[in-house]
Design a protein around this ligand. Structure first.
Ligand code: ADP
Ligand code: MG
Length: 387
């Protein structure tokens, strides 16, 4: 499979740039099993990689020029001089790969130029991290071609910096780390404070289960502003509680913390979500490690209720997926990603998958919503060279 993809992307590179690429790399999108909005609170997350990847054919250059092309955008080759790259100067898709080059050079790595052709099967803007896949595939290619010797988590940090500073999007560290570090058949238990990680076996097919991703295909326009407000509210909560980050509020101390927040109702809700969500991640890890995979279903359901009622970032489309899936026999379901649209996940017995898919699709039609895109998510490999 990846051999055919590598061939297609390499041959398009040849047409565009008139030469062979020096290699082809792939980096996946991700879906987050549990641990939502915890990554900017120094907390725990548990993503796994999708089979969908961003693929890059790349050749190194020595002349300070960066050329970029994407198969998925109707736009010719865009050329930059490396010494003119500057943060927030580019509102186009090219800011993601150019930002990675900028971040590597800012960190002192001798990247002297590249020709890059990209093609991605990660749905864009669906909360499945097409942006991190794009960044990580470029970072990994340059790491190899310029022999930088950086590890996956280091590439993730640099890509996060590219997205925060160069693109100007205040994202946490989860997406890039997932794309760089996930392993097939596993979910990644990640501590976003120090990036320590543990691969947790997560092979649903072997146990007769499936995990569906339901992409609602909506993105509500206020999502970015609301993300900023949640971040600011979490920071305020940490300040009021005198901790570095909400991660430092122990689950056992939640009631006391909420009491200290007095009548700050909005902040109390945010704090309650983050503290209970960190505990849910730890609970899912211990259930999976003790082989009680079906028992994670109720934890996912609790997580959705917390995002809907306390963090308040769900929307009618996401709630409809969760409610319909559960009414049709799903073991668990929750929204995943930033919220206000994007995707939900559904954990189900293999034998219930068709009925659940049908019910959700019909419920969307009855509500007058856009037809959702439903696909199975098999925990897949992280970023790698494919040619
Ligand atoms: P998500 O990461 O959830 O998919 P983002 O808004 O963070 O959503 O990133 C989506 C953006 O990433 C797109 O608007 C586009 O600029 C860029 N992008 C993603 N995939 C591609 C691609 N294949 N080619 C060019 N740009 C892409
Ligand atoms: Mg993104």
């Amino acid at each position: 499979m990846s051999e055919a993809v590598a061939e297609t992307v390499a041959s398009r590179f040849g047409e565009l740039y008139g030469a062979e690429p020096h290699g082809v790399w792939a980096a996946p999108g991700r879906v987050n099993l549990i641990g939502e909005h915890t990554d900017y609170n120094d907390g725990f997350v548990m993503p796994f990689a999708l089979p969908h990847t961003a693929v890059a054919a790349v050749a190194r250059r020595e002349d300070g020029v960066l050329r970029l092309h994407s198969a998925d955008v109707e736009q010719g080759v865009t050329e930059f001089r490396l010494d003119t790259l500057s943060p927030e100067s580019d509102k186009n898709w090219t800011a993601y790969p150019a930002g990675v080059v900028w971040a590597l050079r800012e960190a002192g790595h001798a990247v002297t130029g590249a020709d890059i052709h990209l093609a991605s099967t990660v749905p864009s803007g669906a909360g499945l991290s097409s942006s991190a896949a794009l960044e990580i595939v470029v970072a990994l290619a340059l790491n190899d071609l310029f022999s930088l010797g950086l590890r996956g988590w280091q590439l993730a940090r640099l890509c996060q910096r590219a997205e925060n500073v160069y693109v100007g999007a205040p994202v946490g560290i989860m997406d890039q780390t997932a794309s760089a570090c996930c392993e097939a058949g596993h979910a990644l238990f990640l501590d976003t404070r120090d990036l320590s990680q543990k691969q947790i076996p997560f092979d649903l097919a072997a146990e007769g289960m499936r995990l569906l991703v339901v992409d609602t295909q909506v993105k509500h326009s206020h999502s970015e502003g609301e993300y900023g407000k949640r971040r600011a509210g979490c920071e305020k909560g940490a300040d009021l509680l005198g901790v570095d980050a909400l991660r430092d509020v122990p689950y056992a101390g939640l009631d006391a913390a909420l009491a200290r927040l007095g009548d700050e109702e909005e902040v109390r809700r945010l704090v309650r979500h983050i503290v209970t969500e960190n505990e849910r991640v730890e609970r899912v890890v211990s259930l999976l490690e003790s082989g009680e995979t079906r028992s994670i279903g109720p934890v996912l359901i609790e997580g959705h209720a917390s995002l809907r009622d306390d963090f308040r970032i769900s929307c009618p489309e996401l709630d409809l997926v969760v409610d319909t899936a559960l009414a049709s026999g799903a073991l668990g379901s929750r929204m995943t990603g930033g919220g206000f649209g994007g995707a939900a996940i559904v954990l189900a017995e293999e034998s219930d998958v068709d009925a659940i898919t049908k019910s959700v699709t019909e419920a969307f039609a009855a509500a007058g919503f856009k037809t959702p895109r439903v696909f199975e998510a098999v925990p897949s490999a992280g970023a790698r060279r494919i040619r």
